[in-house]
Design a protein around this ligand. Structure first.
Ligand SMILES: NC(=O)c1ccc[n+]([C@@H]2O[C@H](COP(=O)([O-])OP(=O)(O)OC[C@H]3O[C@@H](n4cnc5c(N)ncnc54)[C@H](O)[C@@H]3O)[C@@H](O)[C@H]2O)c1
Length: 400
């Protein structure tokens, strides 16, 4: 195992700060004890944010150009947490410079770029470098517990999946234009939050075979230009000038998975639902549902409890559930789980792999760039279905 690893985060926006905080906390959880993590640099093109984030999270310095991170031999591990269209150039540059890379989802905003990144990752792997994509919700204990209920047969044969990821960051017409609103069809709500929902659906229901009923809608077709820096979903003073929104505010589609069929729906204009990822699986022996609005609970319904008390019961996640023990400083049931914790567990898993800790002693590994490409192929099939008026479009099986 390496004695110490130097870390940098590129992008100090909404998710960049979550990565920075995660690297700080990752060494405090689970076993075995990790090597020393040196928090070296936060790089953001917007200098005030880079400076403040480095100071806030205890990183030794800040940079305003990712190339300074690439050139620094003290840095081993880099998270890439910038707009999706920028992932390729930065990731390829970092891999060429010999860094292990954890890239945010979706791997890119285009299939062509994502495939090129996977090729670069394959070449880098031959030099011992690890490139992974941040499918952070796979770290949610509630998702893992539902997967357990499916795998051990307690839900029976899967019959039907329903998933939605509703957000409301774009529900106000005065929310300023940002990279999130500009890109090809399918790079809006679908690429932003549908990327999460689609890998979760496959994790529970098996590989997707085809999609149909694709439908996109842009509800707010132009937005004001910001007068200052936009970070994440922040609003602020905006100009009189407006810019067109070129991608989807809303997307819906059907999908056929190996284990069942399902409907999936995403939105960034669902007022009152700031971060509502909710999914439900129905089986021949019962059902289960989980929501990011209350991620410390799973609701379970089992047919063998039929009678006058049949119905969903609420299960509080705790030490009886997967990856719970040791996963929080206070790992008692009921202490609460949040989305930020998932980034900590993800950072821990990435460090474990880079540090050479065997799979059997580690959290589940982060997903590969090939998985990231497959995720975009899935979303591209939805875009094709939408372009063809809802036609059925096959999704290529994933190569491993
Ligand atoms: N896993 C999750 O739950 C989750 C949540 C939010 C975002 N994300 C992903 O994280 C990525 C970033 O999203 P965000 O919401 O943090 O974006 P953001 O707009 O809040 O932040 C992006 C930051 O990148 C900086 N930047 C722009 N160009 C740069 C460059 N060339 N070099 C260095 N910095 C540059 C900007 O100044 C900004 O501070 C996206 O891929 C997004 O899909 C993931």
């Amino acid at each position: 195992m390496s004695s110490s690893l130097g870390v940098a985060v590129i992008g100090a926006g909404m998710a960049g700060k979550a990565h920075a905080a995660a690297y700080r906390a990752a060494t405090t959880l689970y076993r075995p004890v990790l090597p020393e993590i040196r928090l070296v640099s936060i790089a953001d093109a917007y200098e005030p944010l880079a400076r403040e984030t480095a100071a806030r999270y205890g990183f030794s310095r800040f940079d305003t150009d990712w190339r300074a991170v690439a050139a620094d031999p003290e840095i081993d591990i880099v998270s890439v947490v910038v707009a999706n269209s920028l992932h390729r150039e930065i990731v390829e540059g970092l891999l060429a410079a010999g860094k292990h890379v954890l890239c945010e989802k979706p791997l890119s905003d285009s299939l062509e770029d994502a495939r090129a990144m996977a090729t670069a990752a394959g070449a880098a792997a031959e030099r011992g470098l690890i490139a992974r994509v941040g499918f952070s919700y796979l770290r949610a204990p509630g998702i893992e517990f539902i997967r357990t209920l499916i795998d051990d047969g307690r839900l029976g044969e899967l019959l039907h999946f329903s998933g939605r990821y509703w957000t409301d960051y774009g529900c106000r017409p005065d929310a300023p234009i940002s990279w999130r609103y500009q890109g090809p069809a399918g790079s809006g709500a679908l690429g932003d939050v549908g990327s999460h929902l689609s890998y979760l659906a496959e994790y529970l229901c098996g590989p997707v075979a085809e999609v149909s009923g694709g439908r996109f809608h842009t509800s707010i077709t132009e937005r004001p230009k910001p007068l200052g820096q936009v970070v994440g979903h922040t609003r602020g003073n905006v100009s009189e000038e407006r810019a067109p929104v070129t991608n989807d505010d809303y997307a819906t589609f059907n999908a056929s998975f190996a284990r069942c069929v399902g409907t999936l729906q995403v939105s960034r204009v669902a007022a009152g639902h700031p971060n509502d990822l909710t999914l439900e699986v129905f089986g021949s022996r019962g059902a289960a549902r989980w929501s990011q609005t209350n991620p410390g609970q799973v609701q379970v319904m089992l047919h063998d409890e039929q009678g006058d008390v049949a119905g969903y019961r609420t299960v509080a996640l705790g030490p009886a559930h997967p990856h719970y023990v040791g996963g929080w400083a206070m790992d008692a049931p009921g202490v609460g789980i949040g989305q930020n914790d998932l980034f900590v567990h993800q950072a821990r898993a990435f460090i474990e792999e880079v540090a050479g800790i065997p799979t059997a002693e580690s959290l589940p590994r982060c997903r590969s760039f090939a998985d990231g490409v497959h995720n975009i192929e899935f979303l591209a099939a939805v875009a094709e279905s939408a372009a063809l008026g809802g036609a059925t479009v096959p999704v290529t099986a994933q190569e491993h």
